[in-house]
Design a protein around this ligand. Structure first.
Ligand code: GAL
Length: 369
């Protein structure tokens, strides 16, 4: 009896060991487009996401996409599917591969249909930055009405990277301010004059914090036709009134900004709702421009569709030289909760050349020592 028991124990032990090894092996790689599980074994639910690096830890924030995907009447004309809003998730990791769920850090409001965070609204592309002066974690996000006509930016703060975040409110940036370099003729343009009064339309967005601690808000404005860069106040909670129109009439969204060797890079998509299109790339010596547009950096099969995905962020990998990860969403517009993540290493060549190639699976060793 004793021998049988000890044999059973040995078999159990060996199979446990094997399965834990397999798990480690499985989770040691980034596999773009595959189901990505968190350390509890659940699907990572953090779409349109962004990354905060704080105390040697990566925090991944994103839109939670849960429940049924449906097309509301108001969005039927352009096929705009949605899920009801549930909140903003946060995951933490030391290695960018194994992610621990930290919770829903900005839960929705269910009892007030007028609230920006009500389930019927749009809460997209949350980005969190840390303000060293106020010691607050500041989250900016695209806030909209179900039909996307509100076109505003919301802000929330927390004392901890893992929340809870307290929602402050939403705004259309820079009401009462003209953009830098605006001509007298442009000021007479009906749309610009209207936006001067009401504030700037702001949909897809990102926040970039420069080495000197100054934060900038990039957002798709003027009905997604023109990108804006706007300076944030020292506490990162409001706009200073200094802003500029970039890539006029180039229709870009899903902005992601990073800095390498003193140069600023801007990545984005074109405007085709959930459907993929060719990635956009631009480079500048000064964040206010001039920005020079470069070719689509994606190469290989499906490059013209950004590998069937849309940019959301570029991660500067800690401790690596030239180690940047292009982070994108492969949206499943008919079942949004099954949207996947496309993470790929960015390669830098001569001069400003940037390329992104497909990898079925890869790990951080690709960046070298
Ligand atoms: C995309 C945008 C997404 C989401 C979607 C809705 O263009 O990048 O964040 O708003 O449209 O259809």
């Amino acid at each position: 009896m004793k021998t049988i028991l000890s044999q059973v124990c040995t078999i159990l032990f060996v199979s446990l060991l094997l399965s834990s090894c397999m798990e480690t092996k499985e989770s040691a790689k980034i596999m773009p487009g595959e189901i990505w599980l968190d350390t509890d074994g659940n699907f990572i639910n953090a779409h349109g996401g962004g990354m905060l690096i704080y105390n040697n830890t990566y925090y991944w924030y994103g839109e939670m996409k849960s429940g049924e995907t449906y097309t509301p009447e108001c969005n039927k004309e352009w096929g705009g599917t949605r899920v009801d809003v549930t909140g903003v998730s946060c995951y933490s990791s030391k290695d960018l591969i194994n992610w621990q769920y930290e919770g829903n850090v900005l839960p929705v409001v269910t009892d007030n249909p007028g609230h920006d965070l009500h389930t019927s609204k749009v809460v997209e592309r949350p980005k969190v930055v840390y303000n060293a002066k106020t010691k607050k974690f500041v989250m900016w996000m695209h806030i909209d009405s179900m039909d996307y006509s509100k076109a505003s930016s919301g802000v929330a703060t927390s004392d901890s990277p893992t929340g809870p975040f307290t929602y402050i409110g939403s705004t259309r940036p820079n009401a009462g301010f003209w953009p830098l370099d605006v001509s007298e003729d442009d000021k007479k343009d009906g749309n610009l004059a209207e936006d001067f009064e009401t504030g700037q339309m702001a949909r897809d967005m990102t926040i970039f914090v420069d080495d000197d601690g100054k934060a900038y808000h990039f957002y798709s404005s003027e009905n997604n036709v023109t990108q804006h860069i706007a300076e944030l106040s020292d506490d990162y909670l409001s706009h200073t009134g200094k802003y500029k129109r970039l890539f006029i009439d180039r229709s870009m969204e899903a902005a992601a900004v990073f800095k390498r060797e003193g140069k600023y890079y801007f990545m984005a998509s074109g405007c085709t709702a959930w459907d993929p299109n060719p990635a956009r790339l631009a480079v500048a010596e000064n964040i206010w421009g001039p920005w020079e547009e470069l070719d689509n950096p994606c190469v290989g099969e499906n490059a013209e569709l950004t590998f069937i995905s849309q940019s959301t962020y570029v991660i500067p990998v800690q401790g690596g030289k030239d180690a940047f990860i292009f982070m994108a969403d492969r949206w499943n517009k008919d079942d949004l909760k099954d949207s996947r993540y496309i993470w790929l290493p960015i390669e830098f060549g001569d001069k400003d050349s940037v390329s992104i190639k497909w990898h079925d699976e890869w790990d951080l060793d690709i960046f070298g020592e």
